[in-house]
Design a protein around this ligand. Structure first.
Ligand code: SF4
Length: 343
């Protein structure tokens, strides 16, 4: 079972006490149950307008690259409990020189699914060889692509160029012919400027025949702070929903593509705080690692392992306690991420 299936199960109808009983069992029996989200380098070659890399102050703050030693500690401490390794979460991982080594370590540690999120520009320039990454064990590439027409793509993703995007789609098509099980996911953040790129056949039309993406993920723009983009009003997207987001959902359904997208109602919802159960689930299963952070603030990245940390924190008892009562929460994130429909 992969990490997303666990989350889908979580979002399903099984009563929460039973879910936590299952989670407790996986935790104490040493089963794989976490997602490792790894930014091996804190930097990006682009300055996307909806991203904090468009902000010069934020760019100054975000820098650094994981050393081989840091990577080794992280792999030893966490990879044996991971269901999924997601490389590239809030930065561009193809800037990292040891990327194939990260993927290889993940697969050698038995992680069932290794995914890379990238804007793909350094693959086109030849600095990163996609076939080497796939040979190393990469299961999936998630392409960040916030426009499908030349003008919108280049307007929203300064530093990227449309001709390179088209070349990238050709490279992906060739790789998929050699490795048919290799998956491609598209990550598209919709806003008032690019919503029209979801009309008609504009979204899937730029992909080669016989080489469509396997998964499409559409999210509404959200205010993450410190970005150049300031228009977070979703009114026009809601008004044009059927012809834009809904249109892509339907076209994906017809083409057999998994589409993860908000419904019109999701777009109208106000973000809600996580409750204690969801906070606990995220706290145990979501594991973020970067050159400056490893899992938790009190996780010793040199001497701790997943097990030693959770023994110290009495996590098994906390999970078992959640079977009988709401764990409550000190940390309340605001999130819409589990509300989207998968079609
Ligand atoms: S490619 Fe990704 S990390 Fe880089 S600026 Fe764009 S959204 Fe941000």
């Amino acid at each position: 079972m992969n990490f997303y299936n666990i989350l889908r199960l979580w979002a399903g109808r099984i009563p929460r006490p039973l879910k936590f009983l299952g989670l407790w069992y996986m935790h104490v029996s040493g089963r794989r149950m976490i997602g490792v989200y790894l930014d091996p380098v804190l930097g990006c070659n682009l300055r996307c307008r909806m991203c904090y890399f468009s902000d010069s102050e934020k760019r100054r703050q975000l820098h650094g690259s994981m050393t081989g030693e840091q990577l080794g500690h992280c792999a030893d401490a966490l990879f044996h409990r991971a269901l999924k390794l997601q490389i590239g979460c809030g930065a561009e991982p193809t800037l990292y020189k040891r990327l194939d080594e990260v993927i290889r370590r993940g697969k050698e540690s038995g992680i069932p699914y290794v995914s890379l999120t990238t804007n793909g520009m350094l693959i086109v320039s030849g600095k990163t060889a996609l076939d080497t990454l796939v040979k190393s064990g990469l299961d999936e590439l998630t392409l960040s692509m916030h426009g499908t027409s030349r003008s919108i793509y280049e307007e929203l993703m300064p530093g990227a160029d449309y001709d390179s995007l088209l070349k990238l789609l050709n490279i992906i098509a060739e790789i998929k012919q050699t490795y048919p099980s290799f998956k491609v996911r598209v990550n598209f953040t919709v806003n008032s400027l690019n919503k029209d790129d979801l009309r008609d056949n504009r979204f899937l039309g730029i992909w080669q025949d016989g080489c469509l993406p396997d998964i499409v993920q559409i999210r509404p723009v959200q205010n993450i702070g410190d970005s150049e983009w300031r228009d977070f009003d979703l009114t026009t997207i809601v008004e044009d929903y059927d012809a834009t987001v809904g249109n892509v959902v339907e076209r994906c359904r017809q083409a057999g593509i998994t589409c993860i997208a908000p419904t019109r109602d999701n777009l109208l919802e106000v973000a809600t705080p996580q409750d204690g159960y969801d906070s606990l689930l995220e706290s145990v299963c979501y594991c973020y690692v970067s050159p400056t952070h490893c899992y938790k603030n009190d996780f010793d990245s040199v001497s701790d392992s997943y097990e030693s940390y959770h023994r110290r924190r009495h996590t098994a008892a906390v999970l078992l306690g959640a079977v009988f009562r709401n764990p409550g929460s000190k940390k309340r994130n605001v999130s819409k991420k589990l509300n989207y429909k998968i079609k």
